[in-house]
Design a protein around this ligand. Structure first.
Ligand code: PTJ
Length: 250
């Protein structure tokens, strides 16, 4: 579909077209479009901007990634479709392993998402061979890579489902989520929830990774002072304010 650059929602329409095309290619799950629409609605309520609260969560996530012994970034179809280059760049900056882990899991789709990341320059992307299981999930979604999620101490989960976020927490991992819905189980269960749109959050986390590389003191301060319940409360408050003061662009 031809999209006019003058359209006020140009970027959103372009992203929707790309996600639809990636559904046709089998990278994004059909229901990934529903998840994307839910994300768009929450982002609208945020004013499609990174709040101060989200910026602080992004800094804290960067600090955790740098403090980790074995950091892993998980990637599903939506995350790959929206932000493959950004996530691979962040993984190189930390450095962290990248593991494809899907909600709608089939060997064919895992292969498609891994290959898609490789076509964008991803090296050593994990996911094809998943021989370990996360405790607490009955289905195949418990499967993960031994040298990836299973042995990770810190896991960044963009757009994760609640069951797996909870299982990762129970498994003793420090869980960093990127999720525009401050009410989701993933948001509530994670240690650090970045309530921001993925394509804004990931470059912001990477910028802080570069800034904090040689600043262990600031990393420790960010981690010690972070309170996820308060972070989520402030994120909900930002949405309420936006709804009350419609169109103010505050
Ligand atoms: O590729 P698969 O098979 O692993 O499936 C991926 C999806 C996303 C379909 C699957 O994990 C799923 O159903 O997720 P949920 O439970 O719908 O959760 C997705 C969360 O991400 C929701 O809370 C959305 O609000 C949020 N979200 C959607 N788009 C974005 C987002 N958060 C940040 N940035 C976005 N662009």
């Amino acid at each position: 579909m031809e999209i006019s650059r003058d359209h006020p929602r140009y970027r959103s329409l372009v992203v929707r077209e790309r996600m639809s095309e990636l559904v046709r290619q089998g990278v994004v799950a059909p229901t990934g479009l529903i998840a994307h629409g839910r994300g768009e609605a929450f982002d609208y309520m945020l004013g499609e901007r990174t709040t101060g609260t989200a910026a602080n969560a992004e800094k804290t996530a960067a600090a955790w990634l740098l403090e980790a012994r074995r950091p892993v970034i998980t990637v599903n179809g939506n995350a790959a479709g929206l932000c493959a280059d950004g996530l691979l760049s962040l993984a190189r900056a930390v450095p962290a392993r990248v593991e494809v882990n899907l909600f709608h899991r089939s060997p064919e789709r895992v292969e498609k998402v891994v290959s898609y990341l490789e076509s964008r320059g991803g090296k050593d992307v994990l996911g094809r061979v998943q021989s370990s299981r996360l405790e607490g999930i009955a289905s195949d979604r418990a499967m993960c890579c031994t040298e990836g999620i299973y042995e990770a101490d810190v896991v960044l989960i963009p757009l994760e489902d609640g069951d797996r976020a909870g299982a990762l927490v129970k498994a003793g991992k420090t869980v960093l989520a990127i999720d525009l819905n401050p009410l989701s189980r993933t948001s509530l269960e994670s240690h650090v929830t970045v309530v921001d749109e993925l394509t804004r959050a990931v470059p912001s986390i990477e910028r802080t990774v570069l800034e904090l590389k040689d600043d262990a003191e600031e990393r420790k301060r960010l981690i010690a002072e972070f309170d996820n319940a308060e972070n989520l409360r402030l994120s909900r408050e930002a949405m309420c304010l936006r709804l009350k003061v419609q169109g103010s662009g505050f």
